[in-house]
Ligand binder design. Sequence first.
Ligand SMILES: *Cc1c(COP(=O)(O)O)cnc(C)c1O
Length: 386
Amino acid sequence: MSEESLKSFAREKLQILRDGNLLRSLIATERLPRTRTRQQSRDLISFACNDYLGLSHHPAVIEASRQATSTYGTGAGASRLISGNNPLYAGLEAALSKLKGTEDAVVFGSGYLANVGVVPALAARQDLILMDELCHACLHAGATLARCRTIRYRHLDLAELSELLRKHRSAHRHCLVLTDGVFSMDGDRAPVDDLLGICEEHDAWLMTDDAHGLGVVENGRGSGFVGGRAVPVPLQMGTLSKAVGAYGGYLCTNAEVAELIRNRARSLQYATGLPPGTLAAATAALELIATDRDLVRKPLERARRFTGRLGVAAPDSPIVPLVLGDAQRTMQVAAALRQRGFLVGAIRPPTVPDGTARLRLTFSAVHAEENVDGLAAAVEEVLPTR
Ligand SMILES: *Cc1c(COP(=O)(O)O)cnc(C)c1O
């Protein structure tokens, strides 16, 4: 009986998605070195993943992971606060704070866990959260968990942010301002220096999500830098699962906040630590990001080569959106590119706002230039009106 009502609930929900061309499915995908990908026995070049530097297949990174796994086993065994705080955490957190120029860093199980842990640890009922409307879903989730007044400002509209602060800041105890550093679905950058200036004026705390900045903008040091200069953003969150090629999330911040987060972020306290092999992989990858200037320049170079071929505006990050609007057409165009040997992201609502379904192309240091040119030619073929 109850199983039947449960099933019919699921069926109804799925039908709504199907009717809107919004049903998703998981497709087995083998990610091989150098962006080669095998999907349903087809060989494709992937422009659909966030391994911007190819580090998930780098020999030194794999070897570090292998060694740590041999020594410490495959799992952490407990929360970091119980017995899961492997000695490798110290080196990883030191590498992160050094790269970002902060006093300390705290590593979480993932970027999603970092945001849903950090935001409610810093903001509660009496407080105010102001966030860019295009912030990543897990920042929205963190704000929901904080259970305080949350207002979304129009994307990158700093005048609206200032206005909201003038109007609402004084009625609240603390105020947290949330933004992506590089926006995940558009690839544009937030002006973190201007945002910090506005936050300083109103005693608001700025938190940036650098998931798509680390390793690929500003000599690899991420969106907390502007023109090579460190912007002292007090709360810099990010992930180890994109350019770093491993898994995990982090917050780079001052010593006091780091200690508070270790004590109060529930997603750190009540979740098992990362596998030792993952900690070692991330540490080895960060070493490459910190030292290989040539590597960290390449993803953006590849992206600009592509937009140059197409004659469209040069991007600020290795993420290039081709907004088509209609969800069904987006899926069709992605399928046509797949026929030509290229795997691209087809992004539909609610991941992006209604009416802005798009192809999301991501460029990697390990893409061969001829693959980039091949993709440009294929896009011109399947989207002749562009
Ligand atoms: C991917 C992503 C996250 C989540 O990071 P995971 O490590 O994959 O959980 C957070 N914020 C942004 C902007 C992202 O793109």
